[in-house]
Ligand binder design. Structure first.
Ligand SMILES: Cc1cc2nc3c(=O)[nH]c(=O)nc-3n(C[C@H](O)[C@H](O)[C@H](O)COP(=O)(O)O)c2cc1C
Length: 220
């Protein structure tokens, strides 16, 4: 099948577009407003963009009540800081619950019974129990126009200035065994996945030397 998103002519009961890019990592983002109120929410429009230095991005739509920026994007705009917390199987319920709270005056972490750890280089705290935290400074916010203000997105790019990894996930060989943490990801619709270590596999990187004398492969 083929459809044009602008025409929404897929003929299916639900728009399948989010199921077309999977799995999407979940950026569980903590921010703080100018008065120090902490906010936490999950974003599956999330990814890492580079590594030296590392930049990450999350994209936030409009707030359900007033269609303006959601708290996370508003706080990132106002303060220039956010923290990525890795969402794992163990904290799936809390992560989900933190995404359901829309009241701008509530601290989602307190509401979901989550505890925090102080960050080292930015003001927003880290979520205790999450095994990876990336402390970020906002680099740029790109406003993506939507059909409505609610559908408009603020794509927030942050430079990672501090990275925490739980020691237990670092092997004796010095490898970060991320699959052992069961990181969560989002598929389409209401579907989620976690990374099962038993299905992880390796492939060797091919070098230019591998391709010498193999024109058919070189043309791939
Ligand atoms: C797994 C998951 C992923 C989500 N991803 C996004 C997303 O990428 N962008 C977005 O705008 N909302 C997303 N949401 C919804 C927000 O988390 C939700 O609107 C939340 O209340 C926003 O909180 P805030 O207003 O405190 O920023 C997601 C929710 C869940 C449960």
């Amino acid at each position: 099948m083929f459809f044009e998103p602008a025409k929404n002519d897929h003929g299916m009961p639900f728009n399948p577009i989010k199921a077309c890019v999977v799995p999407r990592p979940i950026g569980w983002i903590t921010t703080m407003d100018s008065d120090g109120l902490v906010n936490a929410a999950p974003f599956s429009f999330f990814n890492i963009l580079s590594y030296n230095p590392p930049y990450v991005i999350f994209s936030s739509g409009g707030h359900a009540e007033d269609h303006q920026d959601k708290d996370t994007a508003a706080n990132a705009r106002a303060t220039g800081e956010f923290v990525y917390n890795m969402a794992t199987w163990d904290q799936r319920e809390e992560m989900n619950q933190s995404g359901l709270i829309v009241d701008r005056t509530l601290d989602e972490l307190a509401e979901t019974g989550l505890e925090t750890l102080p960050s080292k280089l930015v003001a927003p705290p880290r979520i205790k129990g999450s095994p990876v935290h990336l402390e970020c400074k906002v680099f740029k916010i790109i406003d993506l126009p939507g059909d409505t203000r609610l559908a408009s997105h603020s794509a927030v790019i942050g430079e990672v200035i501090g990275a925490h990894i739980v020691d237990e996930a670092i092997t004796e060989d010095g490898i970060f065994d991320v699959a052992s943490l069961k990181p969560l990801s989002r598929l389409g619709y209401k579907d989620y996945a976690w990374t099962d270590p038993s299905v992880v596999f390796q492939m060797e990187k091919r070098t230019p030397e591998d391709l010498v004398g193999k024109p058919s492969q070189a043309a791939e």
